[in-house]
Structures are given as C-alpha cells and as structure tokens.
Design a protein around this ligand. Structure first.
Ligand SMILES: [Zn+2]
Ligand SMILES: [Zn+2]
Length: 267
C-alpha cells in the first residue's frame, strides 16, 4: 500500500523538538512512501495578535539537509501549515510565494479577530454552549479561508473537537453544522482544493467517516492523509487506517502534491 504522511511538524514548529531527519527515518521505519514536512506558520499568535517577521532560512536549511535521508524509499516534500491566512490574505500569499513549496495546509487554530483571536488550544471549554459558540466562529473562519488561493488542503476540519471532547470531556459533534459543512465542502471542491484526513497521531480516524461520505457525495475527490505528528513516534500513525476508510467511503484515489499541484495515487 502506498502510504503518505502529509501533515508533520519538526523543530521548526514552536510545539515540536523533532529533527526533520529523525522524522524521515521514522517514515522509513513506518513504511511510508512520502513524508511532507508542514511546519507551522500562523498569522495570529496565541492571543490573536498578528504574526511578526517570518524567516524561511531554518526550514529550508533543514529541508535541504534531510531531504536525501529518505533514500529511494521515502520521498521528502516541503510543505507548510499556514494558520489563519484569511486574517491577512496579502501576507499569506507573499509568504507561500517565497519558498519552493510542494504543499500548503490551510488551517484555523484561533478564534477570529472579531471574537478575540485566542488560540483554541488555550480556550476554556467550560460549557457546551461555549463549545458551540467557538464552533460557530470556527466554521465562519474556515469559510473565509476557502475564498483564498494560498492553500492546497483545508486542514483538520474537526480540529477544535480534540480539545472540547479529548481534553474537556464533552461529547460535541458537528451534527448541527450540516449546512455550514455542506457550504464549506462545496467551496473546497469548486476551488480545486483538497481536504485532509488528519489522524491526530492515530487517535482520530473513524471521526472522519461522515465528513468523507459527505465530501464524496458532493463529488469531492482531492484528499490527503496526515498524522499531525510532532515527534518521530507518531509519524505515519493511523495512515493505513485512513486509507482503508477512504476506500470504505467510496474513494478510488487520493492526492499527493508536487510544487503545489496534485497528483493521484490509486487506492
Ligand atoms: Zn494544525
Ligand atoms: Zn499540524
């Protein structure tokens, strides 16, 4: 089975200490054929303030050094997880144009500036109502993101649930967001973008079933698979299950990227 991990972080992300070459070695051990490194570049900081300067040098230096460590088994690609692009589309375009990127994940990690801009990681999910207020804002931000061209795959659509349910212990679902999800997936398809199955280190695979079904029913085809690994031990986790789920939900192929253009891998 041709397995690819298109969502991974290294020490060039503030929340990881992993060296890219160790992530690449882990990819070899996990039997992956492609590893795309997608370090964080967020346009909002944890309190919602606009990002300061950005320097591509550490990411590019590390990438050129680690690229060959995959040998003939693992192709190593250069990606980015761009957070909050819709808060400054001009800046986002300039950032992604300044590096030879293969792939860009467009993510939302914060509330909108109008709602205070706080990072979802730090929010206090004290009531179910607070969770739904956050999700209302989250869906509006994702929709704003889909109007842009600076990304290739919409990142972890179910993202805030990992804090609401995984950490705060609620049982929040996206059931009441059917219309928003429909609008969002249609926008992704119409603009030629992808969604990702983000396994969150193998913890969230089954959660994607309703979204994949919905996307497939709307005619969506472009899907990538990623673990969101921040350490070598999580590289490739849940990817083979994600591929099985894609088959089960009707997909016959998934996408890999070269210089921000999709190519197909048959399932
Ligand atoms: Zn993310
Ligand atoms: Zn990530």
């Amino acid at each position: 089975m041709y397995l690819t991990d298109y969502h991974t972080h290294s020490c060039c992300s503030p929340d990881s200490t992993a060296r890219l070459e160790d992530m690449v070695r882990a990819a070899r051990r996990a039997g992956l054929r492609e590893l795309c490194t997608t370090d964080h570049c967020d346009l909002q900081d944890e309190n919602g303030a606009p990002l300061g300067g950005w320097d591509w040098t550490p990411i590019l230096d590390q990438y050129w050094r680690a690229r060959d460590k995959g040998g003939s088994e693992v192709k190593v690609l250069l990606g980015l997880e761009l957070g909050g692009a819709y808060t400054d589309p001009g800046r986002a375009e300039a950032l992604v144009a300044a590096a030879p990127l293969d792939f860009v994940i467009g993510s939302i990690h914060n509330l909108s500036p109008e709602a205070g801009g706080r990072d979802f990681f730090y929010l206090d999910y004290r009531s179910e109502e607070a969770c739904y207020t956050t999700l209302d804002d989250y869906f509006a931000s994702m929709l704003a993101l889909t109007r842009l061209d600076c990304y290739d795959a919409l990142g972890h659509i179910i993202y805030p649930l990992r804090y609401m349910n995984g950490r705060a212990g609620w049982h929040i679902t996206l059931d009441r967001y059917g219309d928003q999800l429909d609008q969002l997936l249609r926008a992704v398809i119409q603009n030629g973008k992808a969604i990702e199955v983000n396994t969150h280190g193998g913890r969230e695979v089954e959660d994607w079933r309703p979204i994949l079904r919905h996307y497939h029913q709307l005619g969506g085809e472009l899907v990538t698979t990623g673990s969101d690994a921040h350490s070598p031990g999580n590289v490739g986790r849940g990817i083979s299950q994600a591929v099985a789920l894609l088959r089960e939900t009707g997909f016959h192929r998934f996408a890999v990227y070269r210089k921000r253009r999709p190519e197909w891998i048959k399932l």
